[in-house]
Ligand binder design. Structure first.
Ligand SMILES: Nc1nc2c(ncn2[C@@H]2O[C@H](COP(=O)(O)OP(=O)(O)OP(=O)(O)O)[C@@H](O)[C@H]2O)c(=O)[nH]1
Length: 294
């Protein structure tokens, strides 16, 4: 299945509930008070959020187009237009996955391992979520499935030590990519953020500019709550990209627009299903077309 088809399928719920209605409301018309109210409601209901919704409506008016539907498309593309490409520019290239438990972090680490293995890269998966034994086992299954090297210690071990071993292994064995699956839950927010910082400090002893990417995993189903969590992570960690998971499981896919507008961090990948191939690099044009017109 092509990327566009995949986006179309994954965004089906959001399109059928909300965005698919935009064309008949706006096509060939100027934005008047009535149509404005209608699309405002659809945007809010799909979790675009008040701030981004107001921005979108104002921007459509500013564009003064004859066809408000075309203007809407243009504005959505403006918001989602960031450089989403994840370039592997170093060897080893270290990617740290952060986010709350249940957001799809481990699954996404596994899917990313598959994505990179397929392009011929060697991958090391590191179980830095030592908080739960099940998380270590789950990552191990992904490592086997994707023929990646698996680095783990026991439950309760120091997560930074796992990260250090993974990076050391990658250097000595000349592996291309290290993916660190970090914990999403510790006793307090402070502990969690301290742990993430410690991991970064320790791997810098081996590779000064690592981690090269810090991907924050957000569950689209949690909508505006997910956005609030993201804001907390952003305060403490330098996030370089977002992975928005479970878009297939929600009608409120408008959260992608809220995230792009309010966080200003590029969405780099989206999860469109549970399968190993259901993680796709984000593409604004495919995304907007699939949202509005699938
Ligand atoms: N439908 C759908 N399900 C997904 C997607 N991504 C992840 N999941 C599912 O979400 C659930 C939670 O994913 P995990 O990877 O275990 O989440 P986690 O953040 O690592 O959480 P812990 O394992 O508790 O640390 C699993 O059942 C995944 O299969 C997606 O894009 N679409």
């Amino acid at each position: 299945m092509g990327f566009f088809e995949k986006f179309k399928q994954g965004l089906k719920k959001t399109r059928e509930s909300f965005f698919g209605k935009m064309k008949s409301i706006l096509s060939g018309k100027k934005l008047d008070d009535e149509t404005k109210e209608e699309i405002e409601e659809l945007l809010i209901l799909s979790d675009v959020g008040f701030e981004a919704t107001e921005y979108i409506l104002n921007r459509i008016e500013e564009l003064k187009g004859e066809d408000a539907y075309e203007s809407l498309k243009k504005v959505l593309l403006e918001i989602l237009n960031f450089n989403s490409e994840l370039k592997i520019e170093k060897k080893p290239f270290v990617i740290s996955m952060v986010g709350v438990n249940g957001s799809g972090k481990t699954t996404t680490a596994g899917k990313l391992a598959e994505y990179f293995s397929k392009s011929g890269k060697s991958v090391v998966l590191a179980a830095c979520d030592t908080f739960r034994a099940a998380a270590i086992d789950q990552l191990k299954v992904w490592a086997e499935r994707t023929s990646s090297t698996f680095i783990a210690h026991q439950e309760g071990a120091d997560s930074a030590a796992v990260a250090f071993d993974a990076v050391s292994h990658a250097i000595s064995k000349e592996k291309d990519i290290v993916i660190l699956d970090t914990a999403g839950r510790l006793h307090t927010k402070k502990n969690l953020m301290e742990e993430l910082r410690k991991i970064n400090r320790v791997i810098k002893k081996k590779i000064e500019d690592a981690p090269h990417e810090v991907l924050l995993v957000i569950d689209a189903v949690t909508g505006q709550n997910g956005l609030q969590q993201a804001k907390i992570f952003k305060e403490f960690v330098d996030i370089t990209g977002i992975v928005l998971t479970k878009l297939d499981g929600t009608a409120k896919g408008g959260i992608a627009i809220a995230i792009a507008k309010e966080l200003g961090i590029p969405i780099k990948f989206v999860g469109l299903g549970e399968g190993v191939d259901d993680l796709k690099p984000f593409d604004a044009e495919d995304f907007v077309n699939a949202l509005l017109e699938g």
